[in-house]
Design a protein around this ligand. Structure first.
Ligand code: A3D
Length: 313
């Protein structure tokens, strides 16, 4: 029985790690595509051999040929530059738009039925760019960031309280980066509010560490940014689409009036099904959280506008 086909554009750290996880979970036949001659082909061969050792019958191929994504159920975009120390995600704006825009055109042409998951930074702007350039319905374009931000927060809380991450529930919204919005009052540990276990000062510190979690890793790695946790986030989203689980998770999507926002891609809780985004879940927001979400949306709008002033490729 053949597995659904998932294509990953960009066979770098995040792309290859995503492919490895997909193979180990036996979730999909994987196609890796990268512009660097031999990179995707070499990694695909290595992954195919890993699958054989794991006794998993999956197909893994690697190529520079964009035509290989034809028939994909999902396409993941990880192609682009990653942050180096001292760089913000926004420093990547123009360079990555010139990579992601043409890739979106190719997806629309070669894999017009695919659900697209965007990972390239700056995430919210790239998600909106892909949506515009593919012309896909909003259900089929989502950005992965909320899974990562939530994962970071759950990791720090579970480490601090010595509980399993599965017993920590948290919701983040907003932009991936400085304008991440965490609904601190909604964090639950073993079903009870986190405020019963930690002071508000300590909670704020953990939230700040999660928000700055990418920069902390970049400053340690120096030559690359995080990839294990981002890849886990992507694979959970893929699994929710392929399984049609209707799982609620945080993703960057186009809002059409939800949370009082329209025509902007931003992170919110969504229900994920076989079609992609089945529904945007509207959480009650405090006036402060609502204001922070709108501020994040304003920044995404400003960057999308800035992109329009750049020469498109
Ligand atoms: P890296 O290891 O450099 O891989 C990027 C790959 O993209 C390289 O192998 C390039 O050769 C390839 N590439 C460049 N242009 C093209 C093209 N036109 N077609 C196909 N492949 C191409 O980076 P990475 O994997 O660490 O990160 C990839 C992107 O994801 C960066 O923009 C990161 O900032 C971003 N990222 C986002 C998150 C989020 O949570 C949103 C997390 C981690 C990384």
């Amino acid at each position: 029985m053949s597995l659904p086909k998932v294509t990953i554009l960009g066979a770098g750290q995040v792309g290859a790690t995503t492919a490895h996880l997909l193979v180990l979970k036996g979730l999909a036949d994987v196609v890796l595509i990268d512009v660097v001659e031999g990179l995707a082909a070499g990694k695909a061969l290595d992954l195919l051999q890993a699958a054989a050792i794991e006794e998993l019958a999956v197909s893994v191929t690697g190529t520079t040929d964009m035509g290989a994504m034809a028939g994909s159920r999902l396409v993941v975009i990880t192609a682009g530059l990653a942050r180096k120390p001292g760089m913000s995600r926004d420093d990547l704006l123009a360079a990555n738009a010139n990579i992601v825009g043409p890739l979106a055109d190719q997806i629309a042409r070669v894999a017009p039925e695919a659900v697209v998951i965007v990972v390239t930074n700056p995430l919210d702007v790239m998600t909106q760019l892909v949506l515009q350039r593919t012309g896909f319905p909003r259900q089929r374009v989502m950005g992965m960031a909320g899974m990562l931000d939530t994962g970071r927060l759950r990791a720090f809380i579970s480490q601090r309280l010595t509980v399993s991450p599965s017993e920590v529930q948290a919701v983040v919204l907003g932009s991936h980066g400085d304008l991440m919005v965490c609904l601190t009052d909604a964090i639950r540990v073993q079903g009870a509010p986190l405020s019963q276990r930690l002071s508000s000062q300590e909670i704020d510190q953990l939230v700040a560490r999660a928000r700055d979690g990418g920069a902390e890793i970049v400053s340690l790695l120096k030559t690359s940014s995080a990839y294990y946790a981002p890849a886990s986030g992507v694979v959970h989203m893929i699994s929710a689409v392929l399984g049609g689980t209707r799982r609620v998770l945080s993703a960057c999507v186009l809002l059409e009036g939800e949370y009082g926002l329209r025509d902007v891609c931003i992170g919110v809780p969504v229900e994920v099904g076989t079609e992609g985004i089945a529904r945007v879940v509207e959480q009650p927001l405090s006036p402060q959280a609502r204001e922070a979400l709108h501020r994040a949306a304003d920044q995404v709008r400003a960057q999308v506008k800035q992109l329009l002033t750049l020469k498109p490729r």
